[in-house]
Structure formats: C-alpha cells, structure tokens
Write a protein that binds this ligand. Structure first.
Ligand SMILES: *Cc1c(COP(=O)(O)O)cnc(C)c1O
Length: 383
C-alpha cells in the first residue's frame, strides 16, 4: 500500500501509516501482562504524527485514556470530538480551572502550592497528583511519604482527585545502576500509593513506553502500583534509546518526503549555498530539494547529513537553507525535477529513521519527530 501524493505540487510532506501505528499498539499490548491498560501519550501533536488522527485511531482500537502536555492540546482534541480521559501531564495556570472543568480534563497536580491555588479558584477540578520519586521535575516529594499522604488526603475532598502517577528518569537505560534506580523509584511510589489505598483512586500509573516493556511484562511482581502504561515513543515505532531493541513488528509509522525542484552541473572550484562552505573539487551533479530548516530539517546536518533518492544516499552539500537544501547526486543516474526525496523513511533497500537522524545530530528521535514543522503537510494511510 502506498499513499499517493502529487509530488510536483507537494514541497515537503509527511506520510503516516496508521496501519503500522495500530500494529505497534497491538504488538506492544501483547508484550504486557494481561490486565495492563494503555494511556496513549499524544503530546506535541502525537510526536509530530497529528494528535487528532492518532486519537481517532486509538479510540477505534479501544484506548480510552490519553495524555497531553498542555491545555491547548487537550482542548484541540475535545473540539475534534475526542472523548475519554485526557490527562494534562504538565502545568496549566489556575486561571484555566473553569476551562479544565468545562472540557472534562484531568490536570496533573505539580505541587502542593499548585493544589492550593486550584482549590482557591472554587472549582473542583479533576486531577491526579504527580509524585516525584527522583526525576525532580514535578510532583510532591515521595521521599517524605507521610507528608505525601497528608497532602493527598487533604486535597482529596477539596479537588476531584482521581489518581497518582510518577515518572521514571532512567528506565531506558539497561545498566545496573539505572535499573536499581528505577526499582527504587517503584518502591518510593508504592509507599505513597499504599498509604492512600483506601481512597481507591482509579488511575495509578508510573510506566512510560520502555518501562512498560521492561517492568510490566508479566514476569515481574509489580502489584499495587497500577497497571496503566503511558505509551509514547514505542507507539510511533521508535525505541527510546538505540540500546533498546523493540519487539519485532514494531516499526516507524512516519516517513518524511520532499521533491527535487532542479538539477544542475557544478564545475570544479564552484561553491554551493550560503557562506560558500562547500566547494566542488571536480564536476558534480547537484539537486535542489524543496525542504529546509523551516520545515524542521536541522541545519546542523549541513555538509554532514544525507537524503535518499532512488534508493541511494545523496549527501547534503553546503548549508541547509530555510526552505531548500542542495544534495550531491553525481552518483545517482537520471535524477530530475519532480523526483521524490526521502528525508526519513525507506528508499529502495535503505532505511533512515528518526533515531538514525538523531544519532547524526547527537540528540534523540523524539526531538527529530517533534521538530518537523507545522507547514509540512501530513497525509494518512488510513486503517
Ligand atoms: C512523555 C511522557 C511519557 C511518554 O514517554 P515515552 O518515553 O515516549 O513512552 C510518559 N509519561 C510522562 C509523564 C511523559 O512526560
């Protein structure tokens, strides 16, 4: 199956294979213990995949819990008709208390001070306490379980508290130190959860994608601290870290493509692009690609990265421009105007995904995916 996009008309676009996304969900679920549940993390426009389209697919697959980063993302989903639980993982100003209630959103409580500020709005916001077990980002401090219990009980009546969650900070590292740290986070979280178990809060969760695979796979005792996994990066088919091998069948769902606008010969001694950073040492065939850094193609790939054309690597030469990029196609026959360029994805036998590009940029695949800008149109292979 292929998505048909008129390449001459399209400058820079992303194709998202919703069949693959569903496959990733099914494969991932099959790895977990039987009663585990999925909360799909679709923040940052579903890691660049389009949150509304992804939410609709997930809803057809029976996923009823979603997580986003902020109130605008949550409202966007509600306005597109997305039902179910939507948890905001990060701060919203208390001035939005009424909006949170009206859109039936669940707000993460980032601190005691924040809980108090919400109470003072007079609106009984639906919320879940973030519990800090070592990330030191948000949450009440699990190192003081007594205090945590006191805070949760105090606010349980004043707000509509529906759950507790924590976040692991080293679950993607398989080293023994990180693994021990994660288990320590688990036990700190469990201590807090146990103290308020009589409140019967329905949403207790701690695992991100990779923690779900490593710690919730049914072989480990993980009782009493929830069986909800916050599934992010692996849903999109990428490992959180190159050291993690994903189950077979989980593959990237996103490809990023572009077109060639012109092909020319550059003679020895001529330069290409701003700052004349590339100078041809002999006759080269150079193609111009209609994608630039404003589309999210990181400028640090200038004179370093490559794109795929006709199943071959075409090195980026000169500096990446705002909307265009020049590549060397001397070794690729018959490249012409309108030809398809693969920036992320498969071309012939070569695959270059967001994690591969991340490695070349010394960052993570998450950032590569989130950096593909809004003006890059998304097309869907629908399931
Ligand atoms: C982003 C996020 C996740 C998802 O993490 P992945 O590594 O993409 O699975 C889970 N929980 C919280 C609190 C997050 O911020």
């Amino acid at each position: 199956m292929e998505i048909h996009v008129n390449q001459i008309e399209k400058r820079s676009w992303v194709e998202i294979n919703l069949y693959q996304l569903r496959q990733n969900l099914i494969e991932y679920r099959s790895q977990l213990k039987r009663d585990a549940q999925i909360m799909a993390v679709i923040k940052a426009d579903a890691y660049g995949h389009g949150d509304v389209q992804v939410a609709k697919l997930l809803s057809r697959c029976g996923v009823t819990m979603l997580a986003v980063s902020n109130i605008d993302e949550a409202i966007g989903l509600r306005e597109a008709g997305i039902a179910g639980e939507i948890l905001l993982l990060g701060y919203s100003s208390p001035i939005y208390a009424e909006v949170l209630r009206d859109f039936d959103l669940t707000q993460a409580i980032v601190s005691e001070e924040y809980a108090q500020a919400l109470v003072e709005t007079g609106i009984r916001v639906k919320c879940q306490f973030a519990v800090d077990t070592g990330m030191n980002r948000i949450g009440i401090d699990a190192d003081n379980a007594d205090e945590c219990e006191h805070i949760i009980r105090f606010y349980a009546n004043k707000l509509n508290v529906t759950g507790l969650f924590t976040h692991f900070c080293a679950a993607d590292s398989t080293g023994s130190e990180s693994t021990a740290f994660t288990w320590e986070q688990v036990s700190k979280f469990k201590a807090v959860v146990d103290r308020v178990s009589d409140l019967r809060l329905p949403f207790i969760h701690c695992c991100n994608s990779v923690a779900g695979l490593r710690y919730l796979d049914g072989s480990k005792v993980f009782d009493g601290i929830g069986d909800i996994v916050r599934l992010g990066i692996i849903l999109y088919g990428l490992a959180p870290d190159n050291s993690i091998t994903l189950p077979a069948g989980i593959l990237p769902a996103l490809s990023w493509k572009s077109s060639i606008s012109m092909v020319k010969h550059v003679h020895a001694g001529e330069s290409v692009g701003y700052g004349r950073t590339y100078v041809a040492d002999n006759e080269r065939v150079v193609a111009t690609v209609t994608t630039g850094y404003a589309d999210g193609l990181n400028r640090l790939l200038s004179n370093r990265g490559f794109v795929l054309i006709h199943g071959k690597k075409a090195p980026i030469i000169g500096r990446i421009c705002m909307d265009q990029t020049m590549v060397d196609v001397t070794h690729i026959p018959n490249v012409k105007m309108g030809d398809k360029v693969v920036i992320l994805g498969k071309s012939g036998d070569i695959e270059y995904n967001a994690n591969d590009m991340a490695k070349d940029l010394n960052t993570i695949g998450y950032e590569v995916l989130c950096s593909i800008s809004k003006r890059v149109q998304r097309f869907y292979l629908d399931s």
